[in-house]
Design a protein around this ligand. Structure first.
Ligand code: FES
Length: 107
């Protein structure tokens, strides 16, 4: 199975590279690697508990958010300009190397 990588920047400044199969939601990988992402709705864009902060350098390179994602993010705590729902980021070649931080309300 083809895989790509993203980098998670932790609160203490350390970084971890995650290997993610093509077609997986970034949320699924974060959860599998043990990050505190509840993903209560299972990736259906209905909970905002998979909230992440995307490295600003990547914001113009990732798919634009849908109206549903934007509406759901409005309910997220600690919202920032670079907030996204990780279940709405589906791994593909142009996301290889994506850098992000898990938002505190993902806990
Ligand atoms: S898992 Fe619920 S919005 Fe992403």
């Amino acid at each position: 199975m083809e895989t790509y990588h993203i980098t998670v920047i932790n609160a203490d400044g350390t970084e971890e590279q995650l290997e993610i199969p093509v077609g997986w939601q970034v949320m699924e990988a974060l959860r599998d690697y043990g990050y505190p992402v509840k993903a209560e709705c299972g990736g259906a864009c209905c909970c905002a508990t998979c909230h992440v902060y995307v490295d600003p350098a990547w914001l113009s390179r990732i798919p634009q958010m849908s109206d549903d994602e934007e509406a759901m993010l409005d309910s997220a705590l600690a919202l920032q300009d670079n907030s996204r729902l990780s279940c709405q980021l589906v791994m593909r070649a142009d996301l290889d190397g994506l850098r992000l931080t898990v938002a505190p309300n993902g806990v």
